[in-house]
Design a protein around this ligand. Structure first.
Ligand code: FAD
Length: 303
């Protein structure tokens, strides 16, 4: 059996407890739905990442790196692929003055919290973003007018062959929800951020304000990937969806949040088909009514 052979090869470097065969991706993403993949491998260092990639390639399978799974959706019911999850063992944070050096598996929200505790300003915007540093750099995550690109100095990356790079902010070519990593497939091992020393109380107040705003305006606690669509040029996806009368629009167990039209949520045991059809319906209706095409921000794996 293919998965047994893959397991045996991966297991030469990665412990049994870190390999899940026929993994149901609903368990590994904030959307809480999605298909099954051939294997999910929790990796703890560069060597294990390269090893898992090489085994996937040996068996002719696609592979995907994931962090916290807060912006991914595995669409096929059965997806022959290897998912390589950057584990919590790659989550070290060190601080040198106003510079934070963090590993790729670090929680962005936790880092934002720590920065506030250290009296460092610049990451308050990230207080409620449930991703890892790797996912945040890859996506150039942002909120409330700030983005990762505003604070990142450099990222240490590896290629799928194990070549090591130090990528500067400029080299990462950040744009709205884009970094060069989306084209060169390099993997973030760690990143350095330059913050500003400031007044702890003021920094905390700003972060708390953003947190309160999220709670007031977003369906926090209901499975989702956050905003499903990117902002179209000179427009706002949530506004367009709302103006098309789609708040509450439902396909099976998934719907357009009534609280925030940009969030497509899995609010009643939805399936991957429900979520996919909902994306397509919302996109088509908005296109018909406004002429504007909504591109997905959520990364659809295997779709
Ligand atoms: C409730 C909620 C609120 C959200 N709010 C925001 C928001 O305000 N702003 C915002 O920008 N996003 C937001 N998001 C989306 C999401 O949290 C971000 O995109 C986050 O940065 C994704 O990080 P992740 O670790 O979960 O990445 P994943 O979802 O695991 O992966 C996303 C992409 O990053 C790649 N990737 C992951 N780790 C690495 C790595 N180490 N090296 C290279 N590539 C990697 C993956 O291959 C994938 O293509 C929200 C999501 C939710 C559920």
């Amino acid at each position: 059996m293919l998965s047994k052979k893959i397991y045996e090869k991966i297991n030469t470097l990665i412990e049994t407890k870190d390999i899940v065969l026929n993994a149901n991706m609903a368990k590994y993403c904030t959307l809480k739905l999605g298909g099954n993949v051939t294997a999910l491998v929790n990796v703890s260092d560069e060597k294990q990442i390269i090893h898992a990639i090489s085994i996937a390639k040996e068996f002719g399978l696609p592979y995907h790196i994931i962090g916290n799974g807060s912006n991914i959706f595995v669409y096929p019911e059965k997806y022959n692929a290897v998912i390589i999850k950057i584990s919590k063992n790659m989550a070290n944070i060190s601080i040198e003055g106003d510079i934070l050096i963090v590993q790729g598996g670090t929680s962005l929200a936790l880092l934002s919290q720590k920065a506030m505790e250290f009296g460092l300003s610049g990451l308050e915007f990230a207080v409620g973003i449930p991703g890892t540093i790797g996912g945040a750099v890859y996506m150039n995550a942002g909120a409330y007018g700030s983005e990762i690109k505003d604070v990142l100095i450099r990222a240490n990356t590896i290629s799928e062959n194990g070549d090591v790079f130090v990528r500067t902010n400029e080299e990462l070519d950040f744009k709205y929800r884009y970094s060069k990593l989306q084209n060169n497939n390099e993997i973030v091992i760690s990143a350095s951020f330059k913050l500003e020393k400031g007044d702890s109380n003021a920094i905390k107040a700003l972060g708390d304000g953003y947190k309160a705003k999220r709670i007031a305006t977003q369906p926090i606690g209901i499975p989702s990937c956050g905003s499903t669509f990117k902002r179209p040029i000179n427009n706002i996806a949530a506004k367009l969806i709302d103006e098309c009368g789609l708040k509450g629009y439902r396909i099976g167990g998934c719907s357009v949040s009534k609280k925030h039209a940009g969030f497509l949520v899995n609010d009643n045991n939805g399936t991957a088909d429900d979520y996919y059809k909902l994306i397509m319906d919302v996109r088509n209706i908005v296109l018909q009514k406004t002429g504007i095409y909504l591109d997905t921000e959520v990364q659809i794996l295997g779709g």
